[in-house]
Design a protein around this ligand. Structure first.
Ligand SMILES: [Zn+2]
Ligand SMILES: [Zn+2]
Length: 469
């Protein structure tokens, strides 16, 4: 501990907050310029001292690393990773390339891409990569490892492995560091599963490898069987042209049926949300009758009557009870007064949950990844209240929300509260987003039993009826 403490320095920790900065290189610059903080580094860049004393190349590197965007949402990273993989296989002629790192663990915001590659000539791979995307910059290149800055600003790490060692190399590159450290032995094996077996464990899915309790659970044979996309039987949060969606109820229902779903809930906005075309009471009554007609006409899918009901500032719901009563269930969300204090905001939600027609809490914290933090809420209190009053949560699968977070979903699941994996679809194309919600559900350790829309239509109907008694 003492030895580590002596080695650690706050200067170094600050450098690590910028994933594109190479700590060794920056510490060399610190020494030469006799500075010790990121702020001083910026000053020396602005004053031109850095360029004068370290050269234009160094200055350009620091400027890029300090200013370029370094964090990306998973759907952006998916696109970039696919392009990198194609380039590695087709242009760099690697025999095998497999994505690893936080990207493979499906962390909701990623700052680097990491690939394990098999190749007879790593040198030539590193010489070709700068052609990627019209200009990729090498950051550090060694015999079996290299990193590059892609034009988008994301860092790409490559690690070379031979077939006999592929499994262990992939585990190390996937991380997390805490998981790998707790695993202790990563002896050489061609497949990941063999590495785990040698440690007396079953395969641990990448989404669980955060070094929390997954190794202990695996050793005890208690790893959850994680939810998969094929377990999803319906969609419970979808907008139609009646509010701000782009497809009609009929089109949404047909697309859901084509995915093999048994049910789709139509959750257009409620009357207070005028900006998003919220439905007046009369319009919702009319939609209820329209859905009855659809259900008479459609085979193989059931359209559920619902609404995304605003939770008003005082905790009341945006429609009267006699109208809410006609719906199969509700998704209740906060779309206003984000700035309330933590206690007030929390009590607003608790009061809303006391209404027997409150079913699912929509995007619980309101966070928008890389844009705004969620509103202040006491999530633990809300989880307890949901459990006691029979309400549910959703994981909103929209890639810039992913709300509940994996951490909050884990708390809800531990309290036994069921969670819907919703896409909040505003068009039929949005149904595909469900996989991002699945990613986070898996990171939260959710099994099928805890997922509301993994239930059959009949099971769900019974559960929803129970809530209203
Ligand atoms: Zn909403
Ligand atoms: Zn919505």
């Amino acid at each position: 501990m003492e030895a580590l403490r002596a080695e650690a320095s706050p200067e170094r920790a600050a450098i690590n907050e910028y994933p594109l900065l190479d700590a060794k290189r920056v510490l060399r610059i610190y020494k030469k310029l006799n500075i010790s903080t990121i702020a001083e580094l910026r000053d020396s860049l602005e004053s031109g001292e850095l360029a004068q004393r370290m050269g234009d190349r160094a200055a350009r590197y620091i400027r890029e690393a300090l200013t370029q965007r370094t964090q990306f949402l998973l759907y952006e990273a998916d696109r970039m990773a696919a392009a990198v993989e194609t380039f590695l296989l087709d242009r760099c002629r690697v025999t095998r390339a497999e994505a690893a790192g936080e990207f493979r663990r499906r962390v909701e915001v990623v700052s680097e891409l990491s690939f394990v590659v098999e190749t007879a000539d790593f040198d030539s791979v590193c010489r070709r990569l700068p052609e990627f995307g019209g200009g990729t910059t090498p950051v550090a290149v060694a015999d079996d490892e290299a990193s590059f800055l892609l034009p988008s600003g994301i860092l790409l790490r490559l690690c070379r492995a031979v077939p006999a060692d592929w499994g262990s190399a992939l585990i190390k590159a996937t991380g997390s560091q805490r998981h790998v450290r707790k695993l202790r032995s990563t002896a050489s094996y061609p497949e990941e599963i063999a590495v785990y077996q040698a440690a007396g464990l079953p395969f641990i899915p990448p989404e669980l490898r955060e070094g929390r309790d997954e190794i202990k659970l695996a050793a005890a044979g208690k790893l959850p069987r994680l939810i998969a996309e094929s377990d999803i039987r319906g969609e419970l949060h979808a907008h139609s042209t009646a509010s701000d969606g782009r497809n009609t109820i009929g089109q949404m229902a047909a697309a859901a049926r084509q995915r093999g779903y048994q049910y789709i809930g139509i959750t257009d906005h409620s009357q207070s949300l005028k900006l998003a075309g919220g439905l007046s009471e009369e319009a919702l009554w009319e939609q209820i009758r329209e859905i009855d007609q659809w259900n008479e006409r459609l085979d193989g899918i059931r359209v559920l009557k619902s609404a995304e009901v605003d939770i008003l500032a005082d905790g009341s719901l945006d429609y009267p009870d006699e109208l809410l009563k006609e719906l199969d269930y509700t998704v209740c969300s906060i779309h206003s007064r984000f700035g309330l204090g933590k206690t007030e905001q929390t009590e607003r939600v608790l009061r809303a949950m006391d209404n027997r027609y409150f079913t699912i809490l929509g995007h619980a914290t309101g966070r928008l990844l890389l844009k705004r933090p969620g509103y202040e809420l006491d999530i633990d209190r809300i989880v307890r209240h949901a459990r006691d009053s029979g309400c549910f949560f959703e994981i909103n699968s929209s890639p810039d929300r992913l709300d509940l977070s994996a951490e909050n979903a884990r708390s809800a699941a531990q309290a036994g509260v069921r969670i819907a994996i919703d896409t909040d679809a505003h068009s039929i194309r949005d149904f595909d987003l469900v996989r991002y919600g699945i990613d986070q559900a898996r990171r939260a350790g959710l099994s099928r039993e805890l997922v509301l829309n993994a239930m059959t239509g009949a099971e769900l109907g019974n559960l929803l009826a129970l809530r209203r008694k």
